[in-house]
Design a protein around this ligand. Structure first.
Ligand SMILES: Nc1ncnc2c1ncn2[C@@H]1O[C@H](COP(=O)(O)OP(=O)(O)O)[C@@H](O)[C@H]1O
Ligand SMILES: [Mg+2]
Length: 325
């Protein structure tokens, strides 16, 4: 029986969602194959809980000292959205210990997590992405000339963020300073991005049994001004429609671009690509290398539509991590 550490939590605004993802993965793990251990990673507290007791992880070798046994892990199922699970930090640690994991490697994770740098690479491959300006806290001077370089309406987002935390849609110049302040509260870097009016589509891709498989496309219809935190996590505030009610050729194009990006960025495990679609064009917004896996998340809906169970997804991701670490 293989020991699987499911890591969840992390140190960002996505902590709660990540815990829900991790709990769901643990519940859905096939116990005939794997022995799951849900481990909460938060700051320097890395904890496994059992029967009301807490057991800290031994960080020397990522193992657990439980009463009467020393548990080592064959593989890590990564369910941490945001830092340190989605930006390459945890990946670097696990690489050094030689423990395989279910998500992309250090380089791909770090690149994908940096929205501005990732857009730069994606654009070089000829895929459209909204025009944007990348700001660093240390370089305040760039901020004063911002309105010359970006049109309004625009989006202001923490560059290394997720779940729409700290993000605003700006519709007048006066709204820029507070929007920047909000985003800079979350991150040292901020992305100011041209607003694209269109339909929001998202597509997840995974590699399994040696094949790169795009899942059915999802359309997001938010009842808020955009797909903000509330719309993402409040029942009834957004419709996530799978399969997306778009012409088959549009869905096919979305799957094609996503598969291309998955390969070009050298992704592993499951990755979800977000776009705005307008006038027959796809604008790439971002890629999530550890997408939400809660019972209500988008990926489980795509998986169901594809004809797999949640448990089958977990098994496929674990097997892929072990076969091709
Ligand atoms: N340039 C844009 N044009 C239109 N809508 C956008 C744009 N950028 C972001 N959005 C909206 O904001 C949401 C969150 O943006 P995204 O870049 O995906 O960040 P996050 O990592 O927080 O999901 C998107 O799902 C979309 O609804
Ligand atoms: Mg997104």
């Amino acid at each position: 029986m293989m020991n699987v550490a499911i890591v969840a939590g992390g140190d960002s605004g996505e902590y709660t969602i990540s815990m829900l993802s991790g709990e769901q993965v643990e519940q859905q793990t096939d116990r005939n194959r794997y022995q799951p251990f849900l481990i909460e990673i938060r700051g320097d507290s890395w904890i496994y809980r059992k029967a009301g007791k807490e057991f800290p992880v031994d960080k020397n070798d990522f193992s657990l000292h439980l009463p009467g046994k020393h548990v080592r892990f064959d593989v890590v199922f990564n369910a941490i959205h945001g830092t340190p699970g989605e930006n390459g930090k945890l990946q670097g640690y696990l690489d050094m210990l030689g423990i395989p994991y279910t998500s992309s490697d250090v380089m791909t994770s770090a690149l994908a997590f940096n929205k501005a740098f990732c857009k730069g690479v994606v654009a070089r491959y000829g895929i459209l992405t909204p025009h944007s300006v990348h700001l660093f806290r240390r370089q305040k001077d760039k901020i004063s000339t911002l309105t010359d370089r970006i049109s309004i309406p625009c989006f202001v987002k923490p560059n290394n963020g997720g779940s729409s935390v700290g993000m605003s849609k700006v519709t007048s110049a006066g709204q820029l300073p507070p929007a920047l302040e909000l985003a800079f509260r979350e991150d040292e870097e901020v992305l100011v991005e041209e607003y694209i009016e269109g339909r929001e589509l998202t597509c997840a891709v995974l590699r399994t049994e040696g094949e790169v498989v795009p899942l059915p496309v999802c359309e997001i219809v938010s009842k808020k001004e955009f797909f903000d935190y509330e719309a993402k996590y409040t029942q009834g505030m957004a419709d996530e429609i799978v399969p997306a009610p778009v012409p088959p050729e549009v869905a096919e194009e979305c799957r094609r671009i996503s598969t291309t990006l998955y390969n070009l960025l050298n992704c592993r495990g499951i990755a979800r690509f977000d776009y705005i679609h307008t006038r027959d064009k796809f604008y790439f917004l971002e890629v999530n290398t550890v997408p939400g896996l809660t019972a209500a998340s988008i990926v489980p809906k795509m998986i169901r539509e594809h004809g797999w169970s949640y448990t089958e997804l977990v098994t496929r991701l674990i097997e892929e991590a072990i076969i091709a670490p």
